[in-house]
Design a protein around this ligand. Structure first.
Ligand SMILES: CSCC[C@@H](NC(=O)CCC(=O)O)C(=O)O
Ligand SMILES: [Mg+2]
Length: 367
């Protein structure tokens, strides 16, 4: 394929309700979308970065800048481009994994559409549907949390993930356990704790959680390994796992026993599959995380979550968990599962009038 250019588009989509984590509260998703135009097909990509650099160092406007200034022009030098050549072409530029992932995703989508192959098949999916969990933000009160969890269980979600932070951890977990019994339950701290909190975090052990996600700083593998020796709840890493090498190092250090795979965080779906393969080789379960994706990223995540090593329900929730109107045909939860798209590429494309209604900027970058 020959890329002729890339359209960068920012969209602003309101969330159905505020989503509070240990690093802030989201009420609107400002996403960067890419439309790659090639001589054979067009492809769509979505950048997982948020409006501010709170989850990681990336943010939407920086991603748009690095893509237009460096990453998209770097594809000009690649004659017969396919998705496997994108990461090597972008390697000279340090970091910006979410921006790189969005570009690779769009090239992968175009490549697969041109060949009539769906993403799930290309990645090695072994399932037609994937079991879904849901991420529940920090709420104003315990009763409000219990109402939210009851609603998601009623909707059919198979696993509940609670956001926690110092001051909102043991009591919310206790309340959910006492009200809903032995549901599949896990927590996510988004790096909110310190090595000195080990004794406090051990107070979560009696609640039989599936995992404790990213309690410490993203660069503190040693701290997670020390913590793992002092609590019984399995540690899962998210922000720390930025590549297959990082995953192998984390496993070798005993820093985690489960991995949350997010394609944007690691530079793309091809690296995400490598992490899946590394974890599978070590007998370590993985699950697919989320970055409040629109239906574009959601479609790709569902395809990834259908790989054999994805043994735990992911944060691949239905479109209506976050959006009243998705920019693609919505993903609906059926018996706690989402269907893996089967048509070429991502299997979804934006609905033009919906996309235009939420578009805030559009930029064309020639290659
Ligand atoms: C805005 S919070 C994004 C990062 C967070 N993601 C979720 O909690 C799931 C979000 C989703 O359902 O897409 C995580 O650290 O796992
Ligand atoms: Mg997380």
């Amino acid at each position: 394929m020959k890329v002729t250019g890339v359209e960068l588009r920012t969209v602003k989509v309101p969330l159905v309700s505020p989503f509070r984590t240990s690093f802030g509260t989201e009420t609107v998703r400002e996403a960067l979308l890419l439309r790659v135009v090639t001589d054979e097909a067009e492809g769509w990509g979505e950048c997982g970065a948020g409006t501010a650099p709170r989850y990681s160092s990336e943010y939407t406007h920086a991603a748009a800048d690095v893509l237009s200034r460096f990453l998209v022009p770097a594809l000009a030098g690649v004659p017969n481009l396919d998705a496997h050549q994108v990461a090597p072409a972008l390697a000279p530029f340090k970091g910006h994994r979410m921006a790189k992932a969005a570009l690779e995703m769009a090239v992968l989508d175009a490549d697969l559409r041109a060949r009539g192959v769906c993403l799930g098949h290309a990645l090695g999916a072994v399932r037609d549907t994937v079991p879904c969990g849901v991420s529940v933000g920090i709420t104003e009160s315990i009763p409000a949390l219990l109402d939210a969890v009851a609603g998601y269980l009623e909707a059919g979600y198979l696993r509940i993930k609670l956001k926690i932070e110092p001051g909102w951890d043991v009591e919310p977990v206790r309340a959910v356990r006492e009200r809903f019994g032995d549901i599949m339950l896990q927590v996510d701290a988004n790096t909110a704790y310190r090595r000195g909190d080990a004794r406090h975090l051990a107070r979560l052990d009696p609640f039989d959680l599936l995992l404790l996600e990213q309690p410490l700083a993203e660069d503190d593998l040693l701290g997670h390994a020390e913590l793992a020796a002092r609590i019984t709840t399995p540690i899962c890493l998210d922000e720390s796992i930025v590549s297959a090498r990082a995953a192998a190092d984390a496993l070798a250090l005993g820093a985690c026993r489960v991995v949350n795979i997010k394609p944007g965080r690691v530079g793309g779906y091809l690296e995400a599959r490598r992490i899946h393969d590394v974890c599978a080789a070590h007998g370590v379960p993985v699950w697919c995380g989320g970055m409040l994706e629109t239906g574009l990223g959601r479609a790709a995540n569902v395809a990834l979550a259908a790989l054999p090593g994805f043994l735990l329900p992911g944060d691949t929730s239905a479109s209506d968990r976050y959006y009243r109107t998705d920019i693609t045909p919505p993903f609906h939860l059926v018996d706690g599962h989402l269907a893996v798209p089967t048509t070429p590429g991502l299997g979804v494309t934006p609905i033009p009038e919906v996309l235009d209604a939420v578009t805030t900027t559009k930029t064309w970058v020639s290659v």
